[in-house]
Structure formats: structure tokens, C-alpha cells
Write a protein that binds this ligand. Structure first.
Ligand SMILES: NC(=O)C1=CN([C@@H]2O[C@H](COP(=O)(O)OP(=O)(O)OC[C@H]3O[C@@H](n4cnc5c(N)ncnc54)[C@H](OP(=O)(O)O)[C@@H]3O)[C@@H](O)[C@H]2O)C=CC1
Ligand SMILES: O=C1O[C@H](COP(=O)(O)O)[C@@H](O)[C@H](O)[C@H]1O
Length: 525
């Protein structure tokens, strides 16, 4: 497809497809094509991937859902979804939107009925002929989670997924089939194990792409680049020099229209089990032997295994739960969680969690990792703070070093993506006065390039058969084992242990006490 549109941003477009890399043609089947995720994220991402694709016959999209749309109505919806949700910097003008829409095909059927899969199989065969997609398939499960296993089962039953030859390596010979599975992947260890077992009856692990969009964020991937491409950080990256680590994922938004899902999940399942643990893994894991899917994922699993499940006493002392009440954010009054549409008036679901955990290995012995996440906090900010220890002996008098804090490296994942190192400097003048100052790297000014959307990177990787940034079976199960130790302890605790906090504040006072008890402070942006 000709790249004939204007980029409407002062920043350069990023490179989506590396020179010389040619993804094999394929059909992307979206189950749940009329849903929120597809409209807001998947269609703009796929349209952009197609617009920039190195081959004119790159891929086609099949949209599967129950609603009785005609092909024409569906295509109009695609164009509308792109107009509403495609960021201007992607440069998708009306012509590009229309052109993408023409390569999408609507398949109306019910995922619970076999006839739907037969209808789909026929359509896929016909499109294979028409677009030379050679039987290659990506099935994207953007559907309610209770349908993940039944849909995979039906795909197998109806011969819609090819098992790779020789039992492994999904992309070695012949046509390939890959399945992208959205979150939530289970709600605890037993349900995640069951889901893994069920899908493993049909799919080899190499065909399963469990998505966590945080892994698609440039700034999250840059944690590895920063650690393992710079000689200066790694020697300091351990308990000898690091006092503690903080991970903050703050959101000013509430729960949007997802009351039913969120009230079941709460902040710990919605954010900690997946996104925050991924950030934690990249921050703390050992160097992998190669930049390869299994080498990286092996290290992530090893790291998670080194986090012991918390005892009920530890949960009582080291984990704070909060729920927002009515408050003000950016000058606007917002309702409390229990006043949100669809949330029971007596809900005790947490919208905030602060916790302390330890990684019991050689590198991190006795270094606390403090995690904090919540909805309706004062601002949106995701950061990792590496707090270094004090120098062993300070030459300066306390009065001279009043404005000095120990070195601190802050990795800003979003927004204002960048890295800041705080270090001590002498204030100019005759007096010996020290002050902490910032050395800052900003993505926007260093690269002057639009970062790719997380979904774009992940779907492109799936097309290329690269599962490095996707979550492996043992990784997800190990993460649930830690979370289960917390949620199980919560079941024995009174509802009042979920502490209220006013929307627009940084969570309940107990969260401050959690870190202050250790003589430390939150690094609040
Ligand atoms: N929305 C988001 O921001 C995010 C969503 N996710 C996950 O993505 C998945 C989808 O979420 P979301 O888009 O919000 O959900 P929606 O409820 O908006 O959409 C669900 C989709 O599934 C389809 N569907 C449901 N049942 C059937 C069926 N029996 N046969 C055929 N199609 C069916 C619906 O089609 P129709 O009703 O038209 O028949 C609809 O297209 C969920 O697992 C969610 O957890 C993950 C991260 C973020
Ligand atoms: O998966 C989810 O992530 C979003 C936050 O994503 P971000 O990229 O904006 O940081 C969160 O709002 C949502 O509750 C959760 O399900």
C-alpha cells in the first residue's frame, strides 16, 4: 500500500517494520470485533500496520461477532472507529481508512455454535485463495474471558488451527496458526492452570501469545536496554548499592465502563499480577544469555520464583488496600467507587494497593520493593525508582548537606517518558553547600520520534512469530502464586481493612505509614 499520507506531528514517525524483515502474509481473525478493545485499539493498530506494511498483500482482517452487520455496514464502522480512535500522528487519512476497511471481512456468527466456525473456515479458505495468505492465521481473542478455552477448543475441533510439525516451533514449516489471548488470564492460580491445560490440548505453547500491553511499551523495553547495554549500571544493580526500589502505576481515571470486570478483579488482579510484575521482572531479573524469547522469559520466571508467597501476617503488615471515595481531580468533582454505575453500594473491591515484597536471591537480599498503584490518584504516572544507598561516609556537615538526598534513578514509563538521575552537586559560591540536581534524558527530545503504540509492537511481533514480549505459561502461573497468597489472606480480613481515600489524593494514610515505618518515603511525581 502506498504510504501517501502526511504525518501531522512535529515528531518523526517510528519504523514499524524493520528493513529486510518481511512478515509472511496472514489473516488476522478478531473474535470480539464489535467490542470496545477492537474499536479503540485493535482496528487503529491493524490499520497502521497495514498502511506501513512492506508488502502490498500483507494481511487481511476477518472480524467475527454476533451482531447482524452487512459487509458494507461493518466497513463503515471500521472507517468510523479509525476516525475516532486513530491518533493523528499515525497519519491515516480518509483514503488510508477506506483502503484498510476494504481489506476487512465481517463474519457474523455465535462463538458458542459450531456452524459459526464452519462459516469462518469457508471464508478463510476463500480469502487464502484471493490474497495468497497461505493458511497463516492469527486469532485474536478479544472476547469475554470465559470464552477463551471454549473458543480454542472449537478452533481445534473444526480444524482451524494447524498444530506445528514435530510438536514445537510454531513457525517452522507450512502454514502457521497463532492465538493472541487478552487479559485477564485466570483470576487465581487454579483458574489460570485450568485455562493453560485446556488451551494446551489444542495449541503448542509456541502458538500461544498471552498479551500484556505493558510489554509493548517502548519505555518498559528500555529498562532492559538501559540495564544491559550500559556498563555503568549493572555493577551497581544489587543489594550492595541499592537501598530499595519503588514501582508506581498511578491513574487519574476511574473504572470507565468496566464495572462488572473491575469489581471482580480489583487493583491487585487488574494491575499488579500482570503489568506491575512485568515491570518488576525487567527491573530485577538477571541478564539473559541472549535477547531471545525463552532466554528472557526464563529469567523472568526465575525472578518471580524468588518472591516467596506472603504469609497472612505479612499481608496484614505489608499490604494496604484502598478504595476511592468522592473527591476532586484537576478541579473536577468525581464520584466515589461505590457510586459508580454497576458497582454494588457495599463493594469492598480495592482500587488502590500499596505493598512491600522481597526477592530472595543473591542480588536482592533484604532490598524492599515497594509497589503502589491506584485509580483516581492525582495524576497519571508510571515510574520505577531505584533508590541508591547513602555514601558510606559523608564529608560534609549536616547543615551543608541538608538539600542532598542519596542518588536516585527514576525511570519514567509514562507520561513524559524518560530517565532522571539525581546526584549531589555543589551550589556555586563560597559556602560548602550541596544540593541534589537532576540529569535528565527525555525520549521526546533525544529521539524526536513518535513512540509506537504498545499493541502495534505486540501484534507486529506476533505476525513475525516472535514471542519475546508475550507471557509464557509458567510465568503467568508463578505470578498468580504470589497474588493468591495475598488475596487468600484478604478473605480472612474484615471489609474495613479496605481503607477509604478521597479521589485526587495519593491513597490512604496507611500507604504512607507502610513505607515510613521503614524510614523511607514514597517518590511521588
Ligand atoms: N476494553 C479494554 O480496554 C480491554 C479489554 N481487555 C480484554 O479484552 C476482551 C474484550 O474486551 P472488550 O472489547 O472490552 O469487551 P466488549 O464486551 O466490549 O466486547 C466483547 C466482544 O465479544 C463478542 N462476543 C461475546 N460473546 C460472543 C459470542 N458468544 N459469539 C460471538 N461474539 C461474542 C461481542 O460481540 P457482540 O456482542 O457484537 O456479539 C463483542 O464483540 C476481554 O477479555 C477484556 O478483558 C483487556 C484489556 C483492555
Ligand atoms: O490493563 C489495564 O491497563 C490500563 C492502564 O494502561 P495504561 O497503558 O494506560 O497505563 C488500566 O486503566 C486498566 O484498568 C487495566 O485493565
Amino acid at each position: 500500500m502506498a504510504n501517501d499520507t502526511q504525518v501531522q506531528s512535529s515528531l518523526q514517525p517510528h519504523v514499524i517494520w524493520q528493513d529486510g524483515i518481511h512478515p509472511e502474509p496472514c489473516i488476522v481473525v478478531i473474535f470480539g470485533a464489535t467490542g470496545d478493545l477492537t474499536r479503540r485499539k485493535l482496528l487503529p493498530t491493524l490499520a497502521h500496520l497495514m498502511h506501513a506494511h512492506p508488502q502490498p498483500q500483507g494481511f487481511v482482517v476477518v472480524a467475527f461477532a454476533r451482531r447482524p452487520f452487512t459487509q458494507e455496514q461493518w466497513r463503515q464502522l471500521v472507517v468510523q472507529a479509525l476516525a475516532e480512535n486513530s491518533p493523528p500522528e499515525l497519519g491515516l487519512d480518509e483514503e488510508a481508512r477506506q483502503s484498510f476497511a476494504q481489506r476487512t471481512f465481517y463474519c457474523q456468527a455465535n462463538l458458542n455454535e459450531s456452524t459459526g466456525y464452519q462459516k469462518l473456515a469457508q471464508l478463510l479458505e476463500q480469502l487464502d485463495q484471493q490474497y495468497q495468505t497461505h493458511g497463516n492465521r492469527i486469532f485474536y481473542l478479544a472476547i469475554p474471558p470465559d470464552l477463551y478455552a471454549p473458543v480454542v477448543h472449537r478452533l481445534g475441533e473444526n480444524g482451524l488451527v494447524h498444530r506445528p510439525h514435530g510438536g514445537h516451533r510454531a513457525n517452522h514449516h507450512g502454514p502457521w496458526s497463532r492465538v493472541i489471548i487478552e487479559k485477564p488470564f485466570g483470576r487465581d492460580l487454579p483458574s489460570a492452570q485450568k485455562l493453560n491445560r485446556e488451551i494446551a490440548r489444542i495449541l503448542h505453547e509456541d502458538q500461544i501469545y498471552r498479551i500484556d500491553h505493558y510489554m509493548g511499551k517502548e519505555t518498559v523495553q528500555n529498562i532492559l536496554a538501559m540495564r544491559f547495554s550500559n556498563g555503568i549500571f549493572e555493577p551497581l544493580w544489587n543489594q550492595k548499592y541499592i537501598d530499595h526500589v519503588q514501582i508506581l502505576v498511578a491513574e487519574d481515571i476511574g473504572i470507565g465502563g468496566r464495572a462488572e470486570y473491575y469489581d471482580e478483579a480489583g487493583a491487585i488482579r487488574d494491575m499488579v499480577q500482570n503489568h506491575i510484575f512485568q515491570v518488576l521482572c525487567l527491573t530485577a531479573m538477571e541478564p539473559p544469555v541472549a535477547f531471545e524469547a525463552d532466554a528472557i522469559r526464563d529469567e523472568k520466571v526465575k525472578l518471580l520464583r524468588a518472591i516467596p508467597p506472603l504469609t497472612p501476617e505479612e499481608v496484614a503488615h505489608q499490604v494496604v488496600r484502598g478504595q476511592y471515595t468522592r473527591g476532586t481531580i484537576n478541579g473536577q468533582e468525581v464520584p466515589g467507587y461505590r457510586e459508580e454505575e454497576g458497582i454494588p453500594a457495599d463493594s469492598s473491591t480495592e482500587t488502590f494497593v500499596a505493598l512491600k515484597l522481597f526477592i530472595e536471591n543473591w542480588r536482592w537480599a533484604d532490598v524492599p520493593f515497594y509497589i503502589r498503584t491506584g485509580k483516581r490518584l492525582p495524576k497519571r504516572s508510571t515510574e520505577v525508582t531505584i533508590q541508591f544507598k547513602r555514601v558510606p561516609h559523608l564529608l560534609y556537615k549536616p547543615s551543608e548537606a541538608r538539600e542532598l538526598i542519596p542518588n536516585r534513578l527514576t525511570v519514567r514509563i509514562q507520561p513524559e517518558e524518560g530517565i532522571t538521575l539525581k546526584f549531589g552537586a555543589k551550589v556555586p559560591g563560597a559556602a560548602q553547600r550541596l544540593k541534589s540536581v537532576d540529569m535528565t534524558f527525555s525520549y521526546a527530545s533525544a529521539f524526536q520520534m513518535e513512540p509506537p503504540d504498545a499493541y502495534e509492537r505486540l501484534i507486529a511481533d506476533c505476525m513475525l512469530g516472535d514471542s519475546t514480549l508475550f507471557i509464557r505459561r509458567d510465568e503467568i502461573e508463578t505470578a498468580w502464586r504470589i497474588i493468591d497468597s495475598i488475596t487468600t489472606a484478604w478473605q480472612q480480613m474484615p471489609a474495613e481493612s479496605v481503607r477509604p481515600y478521597a479521589a485526587g489524593t495519593w491513597g490512604p494514610a496507611e500507604a504512607d505509614e507502610l513505607i515510613q515505618r521503614d524510614g523511607r518515603e514514597w517518590d511521588t511525581p
